[in-house]
Design a protein around this ligand. Structure first.
Ligand code: HEC
Length: 249
């Protein structure tokens, strides 16, 4: 989406958002079945809480927003998410899809408070509107506000050969592989080149697969040599799922 389209979207949206009497003081972020709520009346993640000043495109007023850097809060809330698209839902039901490439490039800001103001002047309608919490500033540099109610992180299967070829039984582990291993090891043409392909690595363990979990938890110590591999930090259930998947490689 180009800048003008964004501005137009924001404007159209602004009109609808302001005419609807939505009062919730929170925003939810969902990934798979887990949902996290961010509040505007208390700070859920103090270390990430930030303040930015931007010109409001509707009123030309400088406003001080408080909230989170979009990428930072998403990484914090769902550190292992495999995200292809971010779906946002506005307070009036308006939906926006932001592809991963776009949201990574832009510096979106999730504003949960605006300082010292509870009304914003809108020059197009020549009137004051009440500020409502949880605005997504699409690209924090230009600050076109979009009153967002919920965000869903979408994992798309289509582009990933690993997820696409997994069965319902191996899919959970395939996802763990994509999140935690594919940065370095590739499989089915998907993944990084920092380490050899997974199928060659797993061969070394074919006869002792039951020992693989302790290696993954502590690669350096188990191998007794230095390798550039990070220890697996997921849950026990994820490790179990991963093993189920690795056995099929
Ligand atoms: C940061 C990069 C990185 C990540 C992430 C990573 N690995 Fe590795 N892995 C390596 C490197 C480097 C080696 C050493 C390759 C060699 O022996 O030359 C290795 C080796 C291995 C080996 C073979 C060890 C042996 O017996 O020599 C296995 C099995 C393995 N990795 C599995 C995994 C699995 C499963 C995951 C995901 C939970 C994972 N790795 C995540 C970098 C990584």
């Amino acid at each position: 989406m180009n800048l003008n389209a964004l501005k137009l979207t924001a404007l159209v949206f602004f009109f609808f958002a302001l005419s609807s009497p939505y009062k919730a003081k929170e925003i939810t972020i969902k990934y798979l079945k887990k949902e996290v709520t961010l509040h505007s009346d208390k700070v859920d993640y103090p270390k990430l809480w930030k303040r930015i000043e931007r010109k409001d495109p509707n009123s030309d007023e400088m406003l001080t927003y408080e909230g989170y850097d979009f990428n930072e809060i998403i990484n914090k809330v769902f550190p292992n998410a495999v995200i292809e698209e971010i779906h946002t839902k506005a307070k009036d039901g308006y939906r926006l899809k932001i592809p991963k490439v776009t949201y990574l490039k832009k510096n979106h800001f999730l504003a949960l408070k605006v300082q010292g103001k509870d009304k914003i002047y809108n020059k197009f309608f020549n009137t004051y509107f009440r500020w409502r919490p949880s605005y997504l500033l699409l690209d924090a540099k230009i600050a076109s506000p979009y009153a967002v109610k919920s965000i869903e992180l979408k994992e798309t299967k289509l582009e990933n050969p690993i997820l696409l070829s997994a069965s319902s039984e191996t899919l959970p582990g395939a996802k763990v592989f994509v999140r935690s291993c594919a940065k370095c090891h590739s499989h089915k043409g998907f993944g990084g080149k920092k380490a050899p392909k997974m199928k060659y690595m797993i061969r070394r363990w074919k006869n002792k697969m039951e020992e693989l979990p302790s290696f993954l938890r502590n690669p350096q110590e188990i191998l007794k040599r230095k390798i550039q591999m990070s220890a697996f930090s997921g849950t026990e259930q994820e490790l179990k799922d991963l093993l189920t998947y690795l056995k099929t490689i």
